[in-house]
Design a protein around this ligand. Structure first.
Ligand SMILES: NC(=O)c1ccc[n+]([C@@H]2O[C@H](COP(=O)([O-])OP(=O)(O)OC[C@H]3O[C@@H](n4cnc5c(N)ncnc54)[C@H](OP(=O)(O)O)[C@@H]3O)[C@@H](O)[C@H]2O)c1
Length: 209
């Protein structure tokens, strides 16, 4: 599949691009800063310039699947969180629908809740609103909800659950592998699950969902 990776320059998404390169799939890196092009040129990965705060249809066209791994990050205020993680995410779902891209994989988060009172409630609320929108679409979605992200090496072993509230950490390597594995695991379609580092082989954990 030709897979649009939204937020491709990010810490997790770059790993997604690398893992797609090593798979049967064909990544297209969506970036918003032209200076990030060189990195992907060197990898032989196609890039498309687009910003989630503006129309992104040109980026989505011709793709078979989307992996959404963008986010405004912890350094911006709640205004950008809403613009990117909530409205920008919904924009990408609408673009997928309008342009006939049915497979959509969302990197979400543990503890999403539209009524969140957490320390980062604006973030947990934005992600919950985006996920709720996805539930209402007819896209072939999968929502992956990791815990706190780390840069630990891949263990290839995880714990998954359909309960997306909880505590724990997830390495970006394991997360990237799970996002890519979902593309080949139709049993994950229209499902939402938590992903933590754990003891079960990733492929087995995903197959069991
Ligand atoms: N950190 C955690 O512990 C944690 C836990 C659970 C879930 N998550 C989720 O995991 C996601 C990925 O985490 P990460 O650490 O890999 O993130 P990251 O390194 O901050 O990457 C986020 C990417 O999103 C891009 N982006 C931001 N605004 C954009 C816009 N308007 N249009 C297009 N792209 C935009 C950024 O582009 P630039 O490179 O141009 O800045 C960046 O490449 C987070 O966004 C969050 O939703 C994080």
């Amino acid at each position: 599949m030709r897979v649009l990776v939204i937020g491709a320059n990010g810490n997790t998404a770059t790993r997604v691009v690398m893992q797609l390169l090593a798979s049967d799939h064909d990544p297209v890196a969506m970036i918003r800063n032209p200076s990030h092009r060189t990195k992907f040129d060197q990898l032989g990965v196609a890039t498309v310039l687009a910003d989630l705060e503006y129309p992104i249809d040109h980026a989505v066209q011709g793709c078979d699947a989307i992996i959404f791994a963008a986010g405004s990050g912890g350094k911006t205020g709640p205004d950008k969180t809403i613009l990117v993680d909530h409205i920008g995410a919904i924009r990408s779902m609408v673009a997928a629908k309008v342009n006939g891209v049915s497979r959509y994989i969302m990197l979400s988060s543990l503890n999403n809740d539209i009524h969140s009172q957490s320390r980062i409630a604006h973030y947990h609320r934005a992600k919950a609103h985006a996920d709720n929108h996805l539930f209402e679409t007819d896209l072939d979605y999968t929502i992956v909800c990791p815990g706190g992200l780390t840069d630990e090496p891949s263990t290839g072993r995880v714990a998954v659950s359909t309960d997306v509230q909880g505590k724990g950490s997830t390495s970006r390597e394991n997360l990237a592998a799970a996002l890519v594995a979902c593309l080949d695991s139709d049993n994950t379609i229209r499902k939402s699950f938590s992903l933590l580092d754990g003891d079960t082989l990733l492929a087995e954990a995903i197959q069991a969902l």
